[in-house]
Design a protein around this ligand. Structure first.
Ligand code: KG4
Ligand code: ZN
Length: 335
């Protein structure tokens, strides 16, 4: 019989539902919450209320687009964490209610593991073992992926995430939240002429907070001489910041590949939508002889398809969860 999974993702500010059946994503619907733009970041209380409003319509849409009646579902999957607790609780509670009413099992999914397994939403996908650079608004990790459910974080940020570096820079530049896509857009017209420093950090870990501070002092100094400095040089500033963030990421990825001897290299998470990073991965891959994997845009940012894929492999192993489950704000991959 076909395995049909409804998956729900509500860890941050996007409410998403997807249907997986027999190795294929049939639908992947996302309701964005534009309301956070005016606050310059995600407001947890506002996000959980919006999930509450969006979850039923998004789930209906996912079922409808897939042409699946809810009576045909084999299981319901949800993001247990990590994320904003109030946002997660909406998804967890919805999944519990649905599972109970339909009499079907539940599958809990780690959001960061799901970002990695987004690569299996469609072909081509990396073969095991591979390295995945997972870069989002909340995390920056290099993950050694041995199997679907066997992975280990071998590098992580000690302060800000790469997405945070983009978003906090955007705040300094007076750009709306989330600034990552806008910085990417302006950077295309600019040149990397401002030499923002590279953090000196050993091993495979990352640090981005020094970069943010150096951008802050740089802008303060320039704005004193010319109040229109940002407006007149936006493209060059964006390009300089983006190139620096990308070079920090690529340097550690090269080191991780050399240390592990692995040349199957993937990127995942919202920041993997960045055109500078995508280009750099492609170029470095050619130079180093890597096989590189970059998911389609809709599978880079938060989406329920990646939750469905991960849930499927848990389903095959019978790793179900029960009604006592609750959301967790922190949850490491690999434990
Ligand atoms: O994975 P994601 O959708 O949500 C989290 O789990 O955090 O990632 C969101 C992050 C935000 O920081 C956003 O600015 C960044 O991804 N982002 C980008 C781009 N698109 C999204 N950063 C740089 N360039 C982009 N094109
Ligand atoms: Zn995410």
């Amino acid at each position: 019989m076909a395995v049909t999974i409804l998956a729900i993702e509500s860890s941050c500010d996007d409410t998403s539902a997807a249907i997986w059946q027999d190795g294929k994503i049939l639908s992947n619907c996302v309701a964005n919450q534009d309301i956070h733009q005016k606050y310059g970041g995600v407001v947890p209380e506002v996000a959980s209320r919006a999930h509450q409003e969006n979850i039923v319509p998004v789930v209906h849409q996912a079922l409808e687009e897939a042409g699946i009646d809810k009576s045909k579902l084999s299981a319901v999957a949800f993001t247990k964490g990590p994320g904003l607790i109030g946002s997660l609780l909406v998804g967890v509670s919805f999944a519990k209610g649905l599972a109970l009413s339909l009499g079907i099992p539940m599958l809990e999914v780690n959001h960061m593991r799901a970002h990695v397994l987004a690569h299996f939403a469609e072909a081509p996908h990396p073969s095991f073992p591979f390295l995945c650079l997972t870069v989002s608004g909340g995390h920056t990790q290099i993950v050694l992926v041995k199997d679907f459910l066997d992975m280990e974080v071998i590098g992580t940020t000690i302060d800000d995430a790469a997405g945070e570096a983009f978003d906090k820079t955007g705040k300094l530049l007076d750009l709306p939240y989330p600034a990552g896509p806008l910085i990417d857009h302006y950077a295309k017209e600019g040149k990397a002429i401002y030499p923002f420093p590279e953090p000196k950090i050993e091993g495979l870990d990352f640090s981005f907070s020094g970069l943010k501070t150096s951008i802050l002092y740089f802008l303060k100094k320039e704005l004193k001489n010319n109040p229109d400095f940002i407006k007149e040089n936006l493209a060059d500033i964006c390009r300089s910041v983006q190139d620096r963030i990308v070079s920090i990421l690529i340097k550690k990825l090269i080191r991780a590949s050399e240390q592990t001897g692995i040349q199957e290299i993937a990127i995942a998470g919202g920041v993997s939508a960045n055109s500078g990073l995508r280009q750099a991965i492609g170029e470095t891959g050619q130079e180093k002889g890597w096989n590189t994997y970059i998911p389609r845009f809709e599978y880079c940012t938060d989406n329920a398809a990646m939750i469905a894929v991960t849930a499927y492999y848990k389903y095959l192993k019978g790793e179900f969860t029960d009604q006592s489950v609750t959301a967790v704000a922190r949850w490491k991959v690999g434990i």
